[in-house]
Design a protein around this ligand. Structure first.
Ligand SMILES: Nc1ncnc2c1ncn2[C@@H]1O[C@H](COP(=O)(O)OP(=O)(O)OP(=O)(O)O)[C@@H](O)[C@H]1O
Ligand SMILES: [Mg+2]
Length: 609
């Protein structure tokens, strides 16, 4: 299970249109959910019924006309008994029937569609959480959620329009062509088919061009918008430099681009509509002239003439939306392709097929010549080895960027090592499940990020189903309880986006509280108290020490006084351990640690004075 550093660098590859459509299929025809299949069958049944009814409607209309124009001599006997009035009523019922069946179809299908959308959204969401930290650092989070949103919308659109607009349209066109061919002769069908073919070709062609113009228009719009926002954000700067005039002309230049593109959009729409109308009307006139001549020659009735017209109107009505539908479908395919591309993105860190849960007995941690690089070209850890005996406290110190937080990330298996091995109680991290590692290790990260919710929610996050008493106990231990109750809203205070309404130290203590609540056998503190004043730090340190009793702890610290009593101190430099030992030994040795210690003691003395 070696990590593949290059995979995350490649952009997500969108799936092709056809692949994308095939991906949706299983959601509409799931093997394990018969009710979905039943509903789909029912919806298709209603669809067919609606089309059948709408196909006979013009025929009934024709019969009524024939009846009224006394040409019904050779019509079936049952029709004569129905009479002209009866036929007219039947015509009305048929029209109503087509609508009712159509609505029934929608009502039955909506549940299938919505369930498919929900499943897809959930699958994508869970998949995104499975992707590596590396992936998430490189992608913009807002972009990811927009991919889901747009993708799901795309699927929704495609379902509705492919199944209930394009599909029925094709069905109806074929049926009408067949009726024309059988009843009036192949020439009629040929005219219809050619007309529709020309219409579709014209519409697609012009729409392609319009899509490009539309994109230009949107770009120009975004550009103008951005200039306006930037200018308003810099309100003060604009005033300082007397630049209102300059800003206005910059904005106007951007708006001018938009105007040009918008005019082109409007004009091309007019062209599209006119062209469509021309083609359809030509086809209509040709068929109607043919029918008129048939009536004159006595081979067709007036009812036939009317029926031809009714069919033509019926099939051309939905064609009006073809341009829009085509454009939207193309957009939907692009959006869905992006989402399925994301779903196809492999997770970098995956459980081995035979992975077992991590069994923590004492909590021994062993780093065995660990090598690691985020990017192949730059090695961050260059052979780090250490052992934390069960219940021991290990401290990592060293310059910024020497790889301390990286060690914590590897322990939590955000990444797999590129060389060597990490073992907890003798089990290689790559051979156990990620879930069990995450459950066994508590991390207070270097910078705590909070959910945009209440303080209570954020602390309770540490343990599913935590009681109020447990939460308060954790908050007390993290020395934040008194602060919380002093707030007007107490534990129900909202912390704002990413917790920005709290100070750095308050956030850090909330982070400590929720890890205390999690109560894991192994604890990693990455500068957990760096944002606190010395007084608060001392007092939290006590409760962290209490909590550390009987657990293995890895502490990362800048302020050496907080780790002076650790069982083992490692001094890191550029991905290597350059010194190790207990505080007294390291000070006595007079190496790098001793120098750092002397400097901090001097600084503290200066501060005190
Ligand atoms: N996702 C990443 N991709 C590439 N390089 C990274 C990434 N994260 C960290 N690094 C690099 O790895 C090196 C070690 O980073 P790390 O966060 O482990 O340092 P640190 O010892 O914790 O430093 P500090 O004391 O400032 O927290 C740094 O030089 C950093 O630039
Ligand atoms: Mg760090």
């Amino acid at each position: 299970m070696r990590s593949n550093a290059t995979s995350a660098d490649q952009p997500t590859k969108p799936a092709s249109g056809w692949q994308t459509m095939m991906r949706v299929g299983p959601y509409l025809w799931p093997a394990d959910q018969p009710w979905v299949r039943h509903r789909v069958m029912m919806a298709l049944g209603f669809l067919l019924a609606a089309k059948m009814v709408s196909i006979v409607t013009p025929y009934i209309y024709k019969l009524a006309v024939d009846m009224l124009s006394q040409e019904a001599a050779n019509d079936p006997a049952w029709m004569l008994t129905l009479g002209a009035v009866g036929l007219t009523v039947a015509y009305g019922m048929a029209r109503l029937g087509a609508v009712v069946f159509g609505e029934l179809r929608d009502a039955v299908f909506v549940r299938v569609g919505q369930r498919a959308l929900r499943k897809l959204a959930l699958e994508t969401f869970t998949h995104i959480h499975r992707l590596s930290l590396r992936y998430h650092i490189t992608r913009k989070t807002g972009g990811l959620s927009r991919v889901i949103e747009r993708g799901v919308k795309g699927v929704d659109f495609l379902l509705r329009f492919m199944l209930f607009s394009i599909g029925p349209l094709i069905l109806e066109l074929s049926m009408v062509s067949i009726i024309f061919a059988v009843v009036f002769g192949w020439q009629y069908a040929a005219v219809v088919v050619v007309t529709i073919a020309l219409y579709v070709a014209f519409t697609f062609k012009v729409t392609e061009i319009r899509v490009r113009i539309r994109r230009q228009m949107n770009d120009q719009d975004a550009d103008a918008n951005q200039k306006a926002i930037d200018s308003l954000l810099n309100y003060e700067t604009v005033k300082y430099f007397n630049a209102e005039g300059r800003e206005a002309s910059r904005y106007d230049a951007a708006m001018q681009g938009y105007e040009t593109a918008a005019v082109k959009t409007g004009q091309s729409l007019a062209f599209l509509n006119a062209g469509q109308s021309f083609l359809i009307t030509s086809g209509l006139i040709i068929v109607m002239v043919m029918a008129a001549r048939g009536v004159q020659a006595g081979t067709l009735t007036v009812g036939d003439f009317v029926m031809v017209n009714a069919y033509m109107i019926q099939i051309t009505m939905p064609l009006n939306f073809l341009g829009t539908v085509y454009r939207e479908i193309r957009q939907a395919l692009v959006d869905m392709g992006e989402m399925f591309g994301l779903l196809g993105q492999p997770a970098e860190v995956v459980d081995a097929p035979d992975a077992r849960p991590l069994a923590v007995s004492g909590g021994e941690i062993v780093f065995d010549d660990v090598r690691f690089s985020y990017e192949p070209s730059r090695e961050i850890l260059k052979g780090v080895s250490f052992r934390v005996a069960p219940g021991e406290r290990l401290a990592l110190v060293g310059h910024s960027g020497s790889g301390k937080s990286t060690i914590a990330r590897l322990m939590f298996r955000f990444y797999d090592v590129t060389g060597g091995a990490i073992r907890i109680d003798g089990q290689d991290l790559r051979e156990v499940t990620q879930g069990s590692i995450h459950a066994s290790i508590g991390v207070v990260p270097q910078d705590t990020v909070l959910f945009n919710d209440t303080i209570l929610y954020n602390i309770a996050y540490g343990k599913d189903g935590a009681t109020e008493a447990e939460i308060v106990a954790a908050a007390r231990a993290a020395r934040i309880h008194d602060f919380i109750v002093s707030l007007p809203d107490g534990y129900d205070t909202r912390v704002g986006e990413r917790g920005l309404k709290l100070s750095g130290g308050e956030k850090q203590r909330v982070g400590i509280a929720r890890t205390l609540l999690k109560n894991p056998p192994i604890l990693i503190l990455d500068e957990a108290t760096s944002a606190l004043d010395t007084q608060t730090e001392k007092s939290i340190q006590e409760s962290l020490n209490e909590m550390g009793q009987g657990r293995s702890v890895i502490m990362i610290a800048h302020r050496l006084s907080t780790i002076a009593d650790a069982d083992q101190i490692l001094v890191m430099e550029e991905g290597r351990v350059i010194e190790r030992g207990r505080h007294e030994d390291l000070v006595a040795r007079g190496g790098r640690y001793a120098a750092m210690w002397a400097q901090q003691v001097a600084e503290e003395a200066a501060e005190a004075a």
